[in-house]
Design a binder for this molecule. Structure first.
Ligand code: FAQ
Length: 311
């Protein structure tokens, strides 16, 4: 019966066995994974846009080479993740359509503008830093293809984080104007970075199931706190100030306590009304249309080869 199958499945998960594409799995497990992996893939693809904005304006050849490599990695992660989601039975075309129609979600963070060069440093340091904190546990996700994809992705994100922190360090140790630019970027990216971890545990609808299925290993709030504890000392090392008057080290718990997160802002951005949501989707649509000839050529080539083989 289905109950028995489900119990056997849960036993495999509890025994830390990896679930593979052809294994039996509950429909809810499949749906949750397709949702999360597709959202993750979309985030990588849309996440190329805020940084792509600065490739032509990077201040040196060295900075430009690093940024180009980073943005290319993100494109690779997106494709890798679409392939992982496809193993669960959803086609890439369908996922891309859902992104372009505005139906699918992607991370709230990529709807904020990159106003100065320091934003490139802040994204690497904070956004990739948050991404790693969230993705290291996903390397032990119960679903094999996703967990394996995360191992390589995390290695690349680690380079991304270092290039961002090193950029911030240069600015923070530079002229007063450069230091001010770094502080301004931290001011604008700090709170949105904390929102990347998702709603507070009490409002996280998927966490219960996802934790039982060992897709998620830590709650949203636990990962957010780990990120805060790791990042506050890094800001101090840079000589920058975290834009939170309530930030205070709690001697009892050994953690940094923070002020209120503006969850209304988060909901607005997720609902499509952040500063750049419309611009991002417009740019993705244009990129998709401009790339149509490549897809058509690939299909025509495949058909020609098939015909030649049949002849
Ligand atoms: N933005 O019940 P929960 C990167 C939605 S890193 C938008 O807690 P869950 C690398 C959530 O989907 C960024 N929506 O959900 C990079 C759900 O809505 P739904 C991508 C959010 O899944 C760096 C609802 O709220 N990383 O791309 C957000 O258990 C630099 C309820 O939430 C990943 O995707 C948000 N921040 O936990 C690239 C990691 N948070 O689907 C370029 C994998 C929540 O019911 C430059 N994903 N929502 O309509 C995850 O770990 C999880 O999906 C969470 C959310 C933790 C994000």
């Amino acid at each position: 019966t289905d109950d028995e199958r489900e119990a056997r499945f849960q036993q495999r998960v509890d025994d830390e066995e990896r679930i593979e594409p052809n294994d039996w799995m509950p429909e809810g497990y499949r749906k949750t994974l397709v949702r999360q992996i597709a959202q993750h893939a979309h985030s990588e693809i849309v996440g190329m846009l805020p940084e792509g904005n600065w490739i032509t304006r990077a201040p040196s050849l060295r900075r430009k080479a690093a940024l180009l490599a980073k943005v290319q990695d993100e494109g690779g992660h997106g494709l890798y993740l679409y392939a992982a989601a496809e193993t669960l039975g959803k086609s890439r075309e369908e996922m891309v359509d859902e992104l372009l129609s505005g139906k699918a979600k992607y991370s709230s963070i990529f709807n904020y503008p990159t106003l100065t060069w320091a934003d490139i440093g802040a994204i690497g340091w904070l956004v990739d830093g948050a991404a790693i904190m969230n993705q290291i546990p996903l390397c032990r996700c119960s679903y094999g293809p996703y967990s394996r994809a995360m191992i390589r992705v995390c290695k690349e994100e680690s380079f991304h984080q270092r290039q961002g922190y090193e950029l911030m360090l240069s600015l923070a140790n530079g002229t007063p104007e450069q230091k001010e630019m770094a502080q301004d970027a931290l001011n604008r990216w700090w709170w949105p970075s904390l929102m990347m971890f998702g709603p507070p545990d009490g409002d996280s609808v998927h966490s219960g199931k996802s934790m039982a299925w060992k897709i998620k290993r830590f709650s949203n709030d636990d990962l957010r706190q780990k990120f805060i504890d790791a990042t506050v000392p890094q800001a101090h090392y840079l000589g920058l100030e975290i834009p939170d008057p309530d930030l205070k080290f709690n001697e009892e718990t050994g953690h940094w306590d923070i002020g209120e997160i503006d969850w209304t802002e988060f909901q607005n951005v997720v609902a499509g009304n952040g500063p750049c949501n419309r611009q991002r989707i417009k740019q993705r649509r244009a990129a998709h249309e401009n790339g149509a000839w490549v897809r058509e050529a690939a299909v025509a080539f495949a058909e020609k080869r098939r015909a030649r083989k049949a002849a």
